[in-house]
Design a protein around this ligand. Structure first.
Ligand code: GDP
Length: 356
């Protein structure tokens, strides 16, 4: 599944948010370094279409797409130099597809701030600097190794060239996502600043309902996406039944929980989308990249589906709802037979035909 690594300074609310993510009680305590074990939590990508499909097909169960989150320890200034928890922990997010940075926006004199004051801009700079330094360290270690391997003709020189270019950008203080370096040759290094970033502002209720303040914070991180949530409310929401949860959200001016937003924006940021399959057993969402063609999409279900792909019967979700059944959609010409060059659209309801 899509994996998002959570980073942030100590005491910004990562554990609290993560508790909500996993419904498990991981340690959330009011002191730095409470969260030293990496944890993984999986949340479902909310998709109301699945319940509709399950109604139409009489499905026994619903299987939404999933987003997994990796919680790592807080980063402190100097983390990349081995002070605090350091690089060992950053290693846990090397394999993440994206990074969510939790930024403290709540005021609470009972909760210690590691730098003594609540200052989102300065906090983000601290984290981003540490990530740049961590990437520099990774490259400084990789470059001599690459040089040796090229001498032994075991490596393509383009790998070294990319590494040197990336190092030079980082030395100027530029995160790799903002540099015009082709990172493909050094993808295996999992450089952190090359990953897509989402900013999660953990704020008080007062900020949640203050559009001007939110716009101000969002502007600090644009063009990256900003999610606003109150981690404490998120952890309360998980214990409520759907009606009470909706009521609590509404009382804070929200229509969607922060975790749902995070899953949705994570999908978007990574250029992912879902297509749907449905039958009496299950209604299910499958994760693919935008722009994928039908055979690749079929391959997500089973490699045999891709290898033996013949065609796909596709009905758009809207057409299926309008016609009310597959038979009716076919009768009205709304079921299309698509071949191997068909580019999948979000919410396509699909049945693949294939040879085994
Ligand atoms: P972490 O070090 O980033 O994992 O931070 P924690 O999740 O352990 O939170 C540190 C402290 O801040 C805990 O005492 C939390 O209860 C508190 N906290 C977390 N989120 C909020 C919030 O939105 N508002 C307030 N007032 N306190 C919070």
């Amino acid at each position: 599944a899509l994996t998002i690594g959570i980073v942030g300074l100590p005491n910004v609310g990562k554990s609290t948010l993560f508790n909500a993510l996993t419904k498990n009680q991981v340690l959330a305590a009011n002191y730095p370094f409470a969260t030293i074990e990496p944890n993984v939590g999986v949340v479902n990508l909310p998709d109301p279409r699945l319940a509709t499909l399950a109604g139409i097909f009489g499905s026994e169960r619903i299987l939404p797409a999933a987003v997994s989150f990796v919680d790592i320890a807080g980063i402190v200034r100097g983390a990349s130099e081995g002070e605090g928890l350091g690089n060992k922990f950053l290693a846990n997010i090397r394999e993440a597809d994206a990074i969510a940075q939790v930024v403290r926006g709540f005021d609470d004199s009972d909760v210690v701030h590691v730098d003594g004051k609540v200052d989102p801009k300065s906090d983000m700079e601290t984290i981003n600097t540490e990530l740049i330094l961590a990437d520099l360290e990774t490259l400084e270690r990789a470059i001599p190794r690459f040089e040796k391997e090229i001498k032994g003709k075991k490596l393509d020189p383009s790998v070294l060239a990319a590494a040197i270019e990336a190092r030079d950008e980082l030395q100027k203080g530029t995160p790799l996502s903002a540099a015009s370096v082709d990172l493909e040759p050094i993808a295996e290094l999992g450089l952190l600043t090359a990953k897509p970033f989402i900013y999660v502002f953990n704020v008080d209720e007062a900020v949640l309902t203050d559009d001007a303040k939110k716009a101000e914070l969002a502007a600090l991180v644009a063009p990256a996406e900003a999610v606003f949530l109150d981690a404490k409310i998120e952890s309360e929401l998980i214990d409520l039944d759907p009606e009470d949860a909706a009521e609590l959200l509404a009382s804070t001016g929200q229509t969607e929980s922060g975790l749902d937003q995070l899953a949705r924006i994570g999908f978007d940021t990574l250029g992912l989308q879902t297509y749907l399959t449905a039958g009496p057993k299950e209604s299910r969402a499958w994760t693919i990249h935008k722009g994928w063609k039908a055979p690749a999409a079929a391959g997500v279900i089973h490699t045999d589906f891709e290898r033996g792909f013949i065609k796909a019967e596709v009905i758009s979700f809207a057409d299926l709802v309008e016609t009310g059944s597959v038979a009716e959609a076919r009768a009205k010409g709304k079921a299309r037979m698509e071949g191997k060059d068909y580019v999948m659209q979000d919410g396509d309801v699909v049945e693949f035909r294939f040879n085994v």
